[in-house]
Design a protein around this ligand. Structure first.
Ligand code: JB3
Length: 211
């Protein structure tokens, strides 16, 4: 069995995650991209097409990280990899601060400067991006993405696949549903229903996507 990691994705997010994994002492063997991909992502060779996830598994790779920013696609590709017998690793910057009482799922990315405080629960495949803060007792859903410099106060619940745009703020105790998008710099001061896009200060609904 090979210990090197297969990274799914070969774009900007993959570059950041490869460097996180290396900072943890890991080695990345291949990136698996799709479409018009370059030969290399940083200096990691890129193979093109999801059939390579199964091919690499047969070659003995068993540890994988999905480094794709699109939340639904990240979850779909992780499910595919798990069905083929991979385990999902985490990519946690040594320059992040993660409370010993926080709980992290599998396939989670936590970038440099992020802070995750006491008793927070971070769902599988979530991204806590550069400099974002997740305060005590928060629950961050599966494959959610908290973009750089967001601040999420205590006891906030954020649903599956939701995206907080760069620099968003959320006051304590708020519940944000699944598949919500908060526009860059938005300030959330009340609960937000599933599927809503909200922008501004305070954040106001501009669209509801019911699918
Ligand atoms: O905002 C920040 C700091 N980072 C963003 C990140 C979270 O999300 C970043 O700025 C981008 O907005 C985005 O990064 P990502 O996902 O790397 O996007 P992009 O650079 O467009 O690369 C997408 C990658 O996904 C490419 O390498 C594609 O080949 C790959 N891809 C797309 N569809 C796929 C598939 N790869 C596989 N294996 N299968 C697919 O179906």
């Amino acid at each position: 069995m090979r210990s090197e990691i297969v990274v799914v994705g070969a774009g900007g997010h993959a570059k950041v995650c490869i460097e996180l994994l290396r900072a943890m002492g890991e080695k990345v063997a291949y990136c698996v991209g799709a479409g018009d991909v370059p030969d290399h992502c940083l200096d990691v060779p890129v193979v093109n097409g999801d059939e390579h996830i199964a091919l690499l598994r047969r070659e003995g790779y068993s540890r994988l990280f999905v480094a794709i920013g699109a939340n639904g696609l990240r979850d779909r590709l992780a499910t595919l990899a798990l069905s083929q017998g991979y385990s999902l690793v985490n990519a946690i910057s040594p320059k992040a601060v993660v409370s010993p009482s926080a709980t992290l799922g599998a396939g989670v990315a936590v970038m440099a400067g992020a802070v995750i405080n006491a008793d927070a629960v971070i769902g599988d495949l979530a991204i806590i991006n550069t400099g974002a803060t997740i305060d005590h007792d928060c629950q961050i859903g599966v494959a959610a993405h908290i973009a750089p410099q967001c601040a999420v106060a205590g006891n906030v619940v954020i649903g599956k696949y939701s995206f907080l745009g760069i620099g968003s703020r959320v006051i304590p105790e708020v519940e944000i549903g699944e598949r919500v998008t908060i526009g860059a710099g938005g300030v959330v001061i009340a609960n937000i229903e599933a599927g809503v896009t909200a922008v501004g200060v305070p954040a106001r609904n501009i669209k509801i996507n019911r699918t």
